[in-house]
Design a protein around this ligand. Structure first.
Ligand SMILES: O=C(O)C(=O)C[C@H](O)[C@@H](O)CO
Length: 257
């Protein structure tokens, strides 16, 4: 039996738009609720949410068989972190702060078993192979893993064309918040030069054989990113949605009672 099919990777390759959302609760219970909403992909955020390998694994278990495909964001581009989340059952990995083609190539190798990469072949004892029940896992997994790299600095922007040439990168995701900060506008991804940079990058990624992704945190920005060619577009962060709803609820009733 081969490694499970990765429908998100196939959809990106086929040029299909994929609607996504960020999950930062770092817990299996709320992500199950998020998965009832019908998004095509959901990020389990290991960079800015308090996730560890156990909480990531629990959330992967909850998302198993659901329509929303799990995209695991690791905190930094280390090969051992890639190996751990792949063995836990992630098929799609998002890596922040990828600034050069060399970094992207190293990540491609981390995602793949030899001879195409350096992923350690211990999957027989891991959830990814259903603890050995998927007998051909090691022989077939390379085809079903999906690597998304984040370009979110001026250096990454300079090197975008070289990153787009790296075989094995499936998608390039722009981080508007980090890009804005690196461009001298912390907290303001709506600054005109940041928007121009994002539009230019989304255009260049869309013209390549990689998928273009981004997260919009306002309706205006999200619509612009869609219009500028984002193929896998995250449209919100669950903790933000929840926190706003709670503040609105409190404010509504505070004024009335
Ligand atoms: O730079 C960005 O923007 C991102 O990488 C997304 C952020 O980490 C954040 O908005 C997710 O909560």
């Amino acid at each position: 039996m081969p490694a499970p099919h990765n429908p998100f990777k196939a959809a990106l390759k086929a040029g299909k738009k994929q609607l996504g959302v960020w999950s930062s609760f770092a817990h299996p219970y709320p992500i199950e609720m998020v998965a009832t909403a019908g998004f095509d992909w959901v990020v389990i955020d290991g960079e800015h949410a308090p996730n560890d390998l156990q909480t990531i694994t629990s959330q992967l278990q909850v998302l198993e068989g659901k329509h929303s495909h799990a995209v695991v964001r690791i905190p930094t581009g280390n090969d051992w972190l890639v190996k751990q989340v792949l063995d836990a059952g992630a098929q799609t990995v998002l890596v922040p702060m990828v600034d050069t083609a060399e970094q992207a190539k190293a990540l491609v190798r981390a995602m793949r078993y030899p001879p195409h990469g350096i992923r350690g072949a211990g999957a027989a004892g891991a959830r990814a192979s259903l603890f050995g029940a998927i007998e051909d896992y090691v022989q077939t997994a390379n085809d079903e893993v999906c690597l998304l790299v984040q370009v979110e600095t001026r250096l990454g922007m300079e090197n975008l064309d070289a990153i787009l040439d790296v075989e094995g990168v499936d998608g390039v995701f722009i981080g508007p918040a980090d890009l804005a900060a690196d461009m001298g506008h912390p907290g303001n991804s709506a600054a005109e030069d940041v928007k121009a940079a994002i539009k230019d990058m989304l255009g260049r990624i869309s013209e390549s054989d990689k998928a273009a992704g981004i997260l919009g945190v306002s309706q205006t920005a999200t619509q612009e990113y869609a219009d500028w060619g984002a193929q896998f577009l995250a449209v919100g962060v669950d903790v933000g949605v929840f926190a706003k709803a709670m503040r609105d609820l409190e404010g509504h009733w505070r004024a009335r009672i």
